[in-house]
Design a protein around this ligand. Structure first.
Ligand code: AMP
Length: 429
């Protein structure tokens, strides 16, 4: 019967044969973040819609068009479309800002946006991100950027480009916005319909429209970098100096403005030319007013989020080798009832020791059991028959080279044998 209920458009299943890639990238991300002192935070996937309205902002596409929101009686709830507002909420709700500052948090988890699915753009995708609260210095900006840099290098995709810009602060942005709007008023008839809307709702976004005509008009538009106040100016030059000293390559890109309302000063994006039109691997920046906006004390903040789906795409495009997926260490075949029970008992004992072991649970013939052992890539196999049971000995075969070893049919002997073969095995008990 054909499957009637299929997965929702823009969502994906990650099957066991692929999971090792995800685990590898997720572990690497958490490891790098840990080296920089970011502690892992896990927040709920569902939050009150108002959190994103307050945090992400009402002029963003994410909030106005893309959130999965639903009414549950008295509460309007949304699936998180990003995790920065969650991190701020969690930091405030758990009193984390009262501890030593800067507070450094990182996270990995699914986010949801009702976008038009295409290659690299999903409705459910995995983000890894870091947030740093309390630090005003551009050193913190560099630290955050370097988490991403180090991760790309560790994953073998160090060619990813860093683009930086500064979009000013509440002191200097209003005057700049006016100049921007004045420029675009003269081009009102030439810009796309979305940009016409942006002109009143979110003028900065006019600069990152992907429409060719709008792009051409944006070339001559006033740029925020030429209209920064002295505080923003010195922050940006401090950022550049630190990146230079640190050997981090970057390009200054006045068209990076970020889509979200909360950014101030530094904004940045990581892009790849390997994965087509959805080329943004990650992005972030400073959001100094956000903590206060969500109800906390005035606290500077900054961070980034990156899409792990896209990181994996770049890695696959670069043919980066992933660590081999784990296969079974041993398959214990058996022939007969009593032998089957022995195989099961030994299998369970070896598993408790941390080895990956399988035995027959299908009532198959020995031939079929061995075929299965081959199929699942077991590295060793043995068969317990009545002779082996009586003699208290088995032959363990190396499935790669056919070599056979005689081993006593006891838990201890098998454990010793496997430790001899897999000396590097880290056992978690
Ligand atoms: P944003 O905060 O919207 O810039 O998102 C940060 C990163 O998350 C982006 O640079 C992408 O790598 C990733 N991302 C955002 N939306 C999607 C999506 N719909 N599908 C896959 N990845 C996404």
């Amino acid at each position: 019967m054909p499957l009637k209920t299929k997965r929702i458009r823009g969502t994906r299943d990650i099957v066991p044969a692929e999971i090792h890639k995800w685990r590898y990238v997720e572990r690497a991300a958490l490891k790098v973040a840990e080296c920089y002192g970011f502690g892992e935070l896990r927040t709920p996937i569902i939050e009150k819609t108002e959190l994103f309205v307050k945090g992400t902002g009402t002029t963003t596409d994410i909030v106005t068009k893309e959130m999965y929101s639903f009414d549950m009686g008295r509460e309007n709830i949304s699936l998180r479309p990003e995790m920065t507002p969650n991190a701020v909420r969690a930091a405030l709700e758990n009193g984390l800002l009262g501890d030593a500052l800067p507070l450094k948090l990182c996270y990995i988890g699914p986010c949801f946006r009702h976008e038009n699915p295409q290659a690299g753009r999903y409705r459910q995708f995995i983000q890894f991100g870091v947030e740093c609260f309390g630090a005003q210095s551009p050193s913190a900006d560099v630290e955050v950027i370097c988490v991403a840099r180090d991760l790309f290098e560790r994953l073998g995709i160090g060619e990813i480009k860093l683009r930086i810009n500064s979009i000013g602060c509440p002191d200097c942005r209003p005057a700049y916005n006016q100049k921007l709007v004045a420029y675009y008023e003269n081009h009102k008839d030439e810009i796309c319909d979305t940009c016409k809307e942006r002109l009143t709702r979110n003028p900065l976004r006019l600069l990152d429209c992907k429409n060719d005509r709008c792009k051409a008009i944006a070339m001559d538009a006033p740029k925020s970098l030429n209209h920064l106040c002295s505080d923003c100016e010195s922050h940006f030059s401090g950022l550049k100096t630190r990146l230079d000293v640190n050997g981090s390559k970057y390009v200054i890109d006045p068209f990076i403005v970020r889509g979200l309302d909360y950014y101030t000063k530094t904004v940045f994006e990581f892009t790849s030319d390997k994965i087509g039109s959805q080329d943004a691997i990650g992005g972030g920046g400073r959001y100094d007013p956000l903590v206060e906006q969500i109800g906390g004390p005035p606290t500077p903040g900054l961070g980034f989020a990156m899409g792990l789906d896209r990181i994996l795409m770049v890695m696959e495009e670069n043919a980066v080798p992933f660590p081999e997926p784990k296969t079974r260490d041993l398959y214990i075949g058996s022939m007969g009832e009593e032998e089957g029970i022995k195989a099961l008992t030994l299998t369970c004992a070896l598993r408790r020791e941390g080895f990956i072991v399988e035995c027959d649970t299908m009532g198959r013939s020995v031939k079929a059991q061995m075929k299965y052992a081959n199929k699942i890539g077991a590295r060793h196999s043995c068969i317990i028959g009545s002779n082996e049971l009586a003699a208290g000995n088995i032959k363990i075969k190396n499935m790669e080279n056919g070599e056979a070893s005689d081993v006593a049919l006891t838990e201890k002997a098998l454990i010793d044998f496997l430790y001899g073969k897999y000396a590097d095995r880290i056992v978690i008990k």
